[in-house]
Design a protein around this ligand. Structure first.
Ligand code: HBI
Ligand code: FE
Length: 291
């Protein structure tokens, strides 16, 4: 994603981890967690993949206040062998991949302020823990995340991180899944956002397309607004299987010879669930200051 060089803050270990500092959260910070949690807990049933709700349940995240990472890690470790460790914010790609490859999920330890209720740039503890951690209690998804970490290490060596990070973006962060009774959200960027949970499922603006590994890795994405494109998987089993069966080396060679796909393009071979109106992005553009 960002090409800017990150500097490791004083107090962070070699692997960029820091103590969570749970004792230092203020009552207002715990209350912010509760407020975000309650809002999503009301909205998500019927809209999120059932595996996510199962994860929330077994991790017992409903306890008031920001979860203690050591307690979460203990419960996760028993289920799938994952841990949650604290970091100060975004960390370099290679460090991020190394943690995932070793079944450690990194989470920001800070929480957003009331002014940032619905949008902030760096992943905070609500996005990272509420958004990402529940599915790490699911054995198949847990393996997918580790496979992504290993794949990231390989992609680094092959100079193909940009392509691979699109896979993360359109699955782990903004993925949709087909349930028996319609589409459900599972990506952490959606699940941790009240607005995008509604938008991703119900708004007529975005395209909703069947997941295709190579297609996804060619597709640009935006980081500053709701997605214009969501990709729909059939199951976590399918996603993991395809990722493990694919030799990404030759795929990167193949993709290097093809053009990237613009953010809102629909191809003739796409499986189209929704042909989006893209009204959302147009109304944004119309109200943006002229440059
Ligand atoms: N660091 N803390 C943190 N959280 C992330 O999700 C993250 C990161 N560094 C790099 C990164 N994600 C992605 O750009 C990689 O998937 C490429
Ligand atoms: Fe995330």
């Amino acid at each position: 994603m960002a090409a800017k060089k990150l500097d490791r803050p004083a107090g962070a270990a070699e692997d960029w981890t820091i103590p969570q500092g749970w004792e230092d959260y203020s009552p207002a910070e715990h209350a912010m967690w509760d407020r975000l949690f309650d809002r999503q807990a009301r909205l998500l049933p019927g809209r999120v993949a059932p595996e996510f709700l199962d994860g929330l349940d077994v991790l017992r995240m409903e306890r008031p206040g920001i979860p203690h990472f050591d307690e979460l890690s203990e419960r996760l470790m028993q289920r799938t062998g994952w841990q949650v460790v604290a970091v100060p914010g975004l960390i370099p790609d290679e460090v991020f991949f190394d943690h995932l490859a070793n079944r450690r999920f990194v989470s920001g330890n800070f929480i957003r302020t009331p002014e940032q209720l619905d949008y902030l740039q760096e992943p905070d503890v609500f996005h990272d823990v509420f958004g990402h951690v529940p599915l790490l209690a699911h054995p198949v998804f847990a393996d997918y995340m580790q496979a992504y970490g290993r794949g990231g290490q390989r992609a680094t060596a092959l100079g193909a991180i940009e392509k691979l990070s699109r896979l993360y973006w359109y699955t782990v962060e903004f993925g949709l899944i087909r349930g028996g009774d319609g589409l459900r959200v599972y990506g952490a960027g959606i699940v941790s956002s009240h607005g995008e949970t509604n938008f991703a499922l119900d708004d007529p603006s975005p395209n909703r397309l069947g997941f295709d590994l190579r297609r996804v890795m060619r597709t640009k994405y935006r980081i500053d607004d709701y997605q214009q494109n969501y990709f729909v998987i059939d199951s976590f089993d399918d996603l993991l299987r395809e990722t493990l069966e694919t030799d990404f080396g030759p795929v990167y060679d193949e993709l290097a010879r093809q053009d990237d796909i613009e953010i809102d393009t629909i191809l003739p071979q796409d499986r189209v669930y929704t042909r989006g109106t893209q009204d959302h992005v147009r109304s944004r553009a119309a109200s943006a200051p002229q440059r």
